[in-house]
Design a protein around this ligand. Structure first.
Ligand code: HMG
Length: 431
């Protein structure tokens, strides 16, 4: 590998909630043609956070698995940044909860970054700079976590584009997984109201069609800027990964770049669908099953690429496009590590998907109602056991107010209710 590629991802881990809603079930219940969701938006199912899951517990699940599975010594962590737009508190960052629950050293700096779905990329950029400026020299690494729940109003056009999940990334000067190329920055910021979430609501507000145009405009700016500065062109990337609010959006983004390139070459370019299948689809399969995880969506695609990747992915150049509404966007490029084939099946996606339970539409509505209730008053948070087929989550919300409501599962095992379905407790809490 090129010796200038010194910083990037050493390890990566994913948490996917244990419940999901099939798009066919949503379409049936709402009287919509299922092909609109399956073909029109490209979504098959979306993860649904149970009432006992939130961005703190999901971040802990992903980061805890990373530390455990890759035998990372917590003492080496000098920085923990959580990128999220679903904070549980206006003052206390998610990162501090995670720091406490994972038992990280006091000398580790913690904070959150927020800029809609760009939050985790802001955190990653900052972590890379920190590693280069001082972390690596001090023998320290950074932990970046993206954790979000995407929620729109029930019955709204945004409803089929929800999801939930977390991605944890270890950033260091040993980028076994992905080395970020040190090209100049290609960033685009514009003050637009395409998507936002006021403090008084748990659901995002969105001008859907406007948001699609904002995304594509930001892509055009970032791509053009990066191409000009780096001299890398369309065919220099083996893979192109995008922020994925819904998979068809990644297709629209790829199509925009393909059209631009075709125009430049006077039409001499292999077909759009074949190139899309080769370059973007290998990561997108997981977004189709999980839905939008906001700040983690781009990195979920990366995880999907690695989870199913074989030796052919090793050394491949990947272009990454991050978009956060509001808006801020960035294009950057990276090289997959030389032994990345060894990551096949190890990122945690296959395991998580195997143990998911499909909700009926009525159950999904009950989960939603409880989540909205808890957003107003968290005094009734209960530990909810997972479905018996799946190992219990490691971190749960527990009874009490926010001063004491987080504890590792093992600490609240005695309080865990007898019921073996999260739904039974969710319904009980609503009564
Ligand atoms: P909509 O307006 O109900 O859908 O909502 P539509 O009428 O535009 O149809 C969607 C697609 O389905 C179209 O395909 C239709 O033709 C097709 P397209 O023309 O786009 O290729 N269609 C069908 N296909 C097959 N059979 C049928 C059928 N009917 C229609 N029977 C919208 C769609 C995405 C606007 C909505 O879901 C929404 O508002 N979602 C949330 C906003 C969003 O995801 N925006 C994306 C860009 S902004 C972003 O990515 C940032 C974000 O992640 C937030 C952040 O940064 O934090 C959202």
């Amino acid at each position: 590998m090129n010796s200038s590629l010194r910083f990037g991802l050493e390890a990566l881990s994913v948490h996917i909630p244990r419940h999901h809603l099939e798009m066919g079930e949503l379409a049936r219940a709402t009287g919509v043609d299922p092909q609109k969701y399956l073909q029109g938006l490209g979504v098959q199912s979306m993860a649904v956070a149970a009432p006992d899951e939130d961005p703190v517990t999901m971040a802990c699940e992903a980061a805890g698995a990373l530390l455990r599975d890759y035998r990372v010594d917590p003492a080496c962590l000098g920085l923990l940044v959580v990128g999220s737009e679903s904070g549980v508190d206006e003052a206390k960052p998610i990162a501090t909860f995670v720091h406490g629950l994972l038992g990280l050293p006091p000398g580790c700096r913690t904070f959150d970054t927020k800029h809609a779905c760009y939050g985790a990329t802001a955190a990653l950029r900052l972590a890379l700079d920190w590693c280069e400026a001082r972390g690596a020299r001090a023998g320290k690494k950074a932990l970046v976590v993206a954790s979000d729940i995407a929620r729109y109003e029930v019955g709204s056009a945004g409803e089929p584009t929800q999801g939930a999940g977390a991605v944890a990334m270890l950033v260091s000067d040993e980028p076994a997984l992905l080395a970020v190329e040190p090209w100049p920055e290609a960033v685009f910021t514009q003050d637009v109201m395409d998507f936002w979430r006021p403090n008084y609501t748990a659901c995002a507000r969105v001008d859907g069609q406007v948001s699609i145009q904002c995304y594509l405009r930001a892509l055009e700016h970032c791509w053009g800027d990066f191409e000009r500065q780096s001299r890398l062109g369309f065919d220099d990337y083996e893979h192109m990964l995008f922020h994925v609010p819904f998979p068809k959006m990644a297709y629209k983004a790829f199509r925009a770049l393909h059209e631009r390139e075709a125009a430049r070459r006077g039409g001499e370019l292999p077909g759009l669908d074949a190139l899309f299948a080769e370059r973007t689809e290998p990561g997108l399969w997981v977004n189709r099953l999980v839905g939008n995880v906001y700040s983690g969506s781009l990195y979920l695609s990366l995880a999907g690429l690695l989870e199913r990747g074989d030796r052919r992915v090793e050394g491949a150049r990947v272009g990454l496009f991050s978009y956060g509404s509001g808006c801020c966007a960035e294009w950057f490029s990276a090289r997959v590590g030389p032994d990345a084939g060894a990551w096949r099946g190890r990122v945690g996606i296959a395991e998580a998907l195997r143990h998911r339970r499909a909700l009926e539409h009525a159950e999904y509505l009950q989960f939603r109602a409880l989540a909205e209730h808890l957003a107003q008053d968290d005094s009734c948070l209960e530990p909810l056991p997972g479905p018996s087929a799946r190992p219990r989550p490691q971190y749960l919300g527990v009874r009490g107010d926010r001063r004491q409501y987080r504890a590792p599962a093992r600490a609240c095992a005695g309080q865990a209710a007898e019921a073996d379905s999260a739904l039974a407790l969710a319904a009980g809490a609503l009564r």
